[in-house]
Design a protein around this ligand. Structure first.
Ligand SMILES: C[S@@+](CC[C@H](N)C(=O)[O-])C[C@H]1O[C@@H](n2cnc3c(N)ncnc32)[C@H](O)[C@@H]1O
Length: 354
C-alpha cells in the first residue's frame, strides 16, 4: 500500500506541487511562533537564565535548583538551544547566549518581564479571542479577563501582574528613552509632565540632565506611586511628584508634555480627548513630544503593523501612520512640528499648538 504524503493531501495523488509544499512549510514555521513564545515564557518563569548566570550547567542541575521536572526541563533547554537562546556545550551542559543573558532577572536591558507579560494571563487570554477582536473591532480583554487591560491591572488582586507590566514597560523604555532624551531640547522649559509616564523613566532622565527642570508623572494611582519611589531612588524627589489622575479628565499644566507609547493604547476619539486636555493646560509657547512607532509602507516587513495587532488584541488602541497622527493632532488643536527617529524603531513626534 502506498503511503500518503503532504503533496497528496494538498494537491491530489501524483501531482507534486513544490511551491505549495514550500508555502506550507513557511506557514508551519509562522505557526511555530506560538511555540517560540511559550519556550521563552517557560525559560523566564523557571528562571533558567538566572540559574545559568554563573556558567554552563546541565538541565538536571537547573531542574534540581528550580524544583522542576528534570526531563521536561532538558527538553525545554534543548528547544531553547535551537532558538539561539541557550548554547549547548556538547557535554550535557547549556550556557547563555547574548539573547539568553537578556532573560536574567533585574539586569540592565532585561527582557524577562516583557516576555512574562506578553505570554502571561493579561495578554495571553485576550489573544485567545483575537478573531473576535477583528470581527468586532475591539479588544476582547473584557470578555477574557472581565475588565479592560488597565482596569484589570488596577485591581488589587492583579497587583503582581501590574508590577510586572510596569517593569516590562520600564525595561522596554530603556531601549528608546536614551535616544528620546538626547533628542528633546529642554531649553526654556521649566515644567514637564510625563502623561501616562508609568514609573517615570522618561521624565526622570530629562530631570537628571537638566537641574532647572521640575517634573511630574500623571498616571493611575498604582503607577504614580511607583514613579514617586523611583524618583526617590534617583535622588530627584525635590523636583518631582507622582500625580494620581486620569488623563481623560485633566492633566496638570506644563511647558512640555511627554506621551511615550500612550496614544497607541487608545482609539482616535480617546486620543483626541487626551491631546485636547494637554492642549487646554499647556503653557504659552509649550509643546508635546510623542514617542511611538510609525506604520510605514504597506507590504514591507514592519514591526509597527505587528505591534498594531497587539494593540487590537489587548487594548482598544492602534499603531498609526503619519497621516493618521496628523489627523489626530488637527482634531485636538495641535500640529506636527518635527519628527525624528529615537532608536529601536520608535520616533519622536513634536507637536505645537496650531
Ligand atoms: C503603555 S504604558 C506607557 C508607559 C510609559 N509612558 C512608557 O513608555 O514606558 C501606558 C500607561 O498609561 C497609563 N494609563 C492608562 N490609563 C490611564 C488613565 N486613564 N490616566 C492616566 N494614565 C493612564 C498606564 O497606567 C500606563 O502606565
Amino acid at each position: 500500500m502506498r503511503s500518503i504524503s503532504m503533496t497528496d493531501m494538498t494537491h491530489g495523488v501524483d501531482e507534486p506541487q513544490n511551491d505549495s509544499i514550500a508555502d506550507a512549510a513557511e506557514l508551519i514555521d509562522l505557526t511555530a511562533g506560538v511555540i517560540k513564545i511559550q519556550v521563552l515564557h517557560a525559560l523566564a518563569a523557571l528562571h533558567v537564565a538566572d540559574h545559568l548566570d554563573g556558567g554552563p550547567r546541565t538541565a538536571a542541575q537547573v531542574a534540581a535548583d528550580e524544583g522542576s521536572h528534570p526531563r521536561a526541563t532538558y527538553r525545554l533547554m534543548r528547544a531553547a538551544a535551537g532558538l539561539g537562546v541557550l548554547n549547548y556545550e556538547g557535554d550535557g551542559r547549556f550556557g547563555l547566549t547574548g539573547r539568553g543573558r537578556l532573560l536574567r532577572t533585574g539586569v540592565p536591558g532585561s527582557m524577562r518581564s516583557f516576555v512574562l507579560v506578553q505570554a502571561g494571563r493579561s495578554h495571553w487570554q485576550p489573544w485567545g479571542l483575537f478573531p473576535d477582536a477583528v470581527r468586532q473591532g475591539v479588544s476582547q480583554s473584557r470578555a477574557a479577563l472581565g475588565a479592560d487591560t488597565f482596569e484589570y491591572f488596577s485591581k488589587p488582586e492583579n497587583a503582581g501582574e501590574a508590577a510586572l507590566f510596569a517593569e516590562a514597560m520600564a525595561d522596554l523604555s530603556g531601549l528608546v528613552t536614551q535616544g528620546a532624551v538626547a533628542a528633546v531640547d529642554t531649553t526654556g522649559v521649566s515644567t514637564v509632565v510625563d502623561v501616562g509616564g508609568a514609573d517615570g523613566q522618561f521624565v526622570l532622565a530629562l530631570l537628571a540632565g537638566d537641574p532647572a527642570l521640575r517634573g511630574q508623572v500623571l498616571d493611575l494611582p498604582h503607577a504614580a506611586e511607583r514613579a514617586g519611589k523611583e524618583a526617590a531612588r534617583r535622588g530627584l524627589s525635590d523636583r518631582f511628584s507622582g500625580v494620581a489622575g486620569d488623563f481623560f479628565t485633566e492633566v496638570p499644566a506644563a511647558d512640555l508634555y511627554l506621551l511615550k507609547t500612550v496614544l497607541h493604547d487608545w482609539d482616535d476619539e480617546q486620543c483626541a480627548n487626551i491631546l485636547r486636555n494637554c492642549r487646554a493646560a499647556v503653557h504659552d509657547g509649550g509643546r508635546a513630544v510623542i514617542v511611538e512607532t510609525i506604520v510605514g509602507e504597506i507590504g514591507k516587513p514592519d514591526f509597527a503593523t505587528l505591534s498594531d495587532m497587539g494593540m487590537l488584541a489587548v487594548t482598544n488602541g492602534m499603531e498609526r501612520d503619519l497621516d493618521e497622527f496628523d489627523a489626530l493632532f488637527a482634531s485636538s488643536g495641535w500640529r506636527r512640528d518635527k519628527t525624528y527617529p529615537v532608536g529601536g524603531g520608535y520616533f519622536g513626534i513634536e507637536i505645537i499648538p496650531g
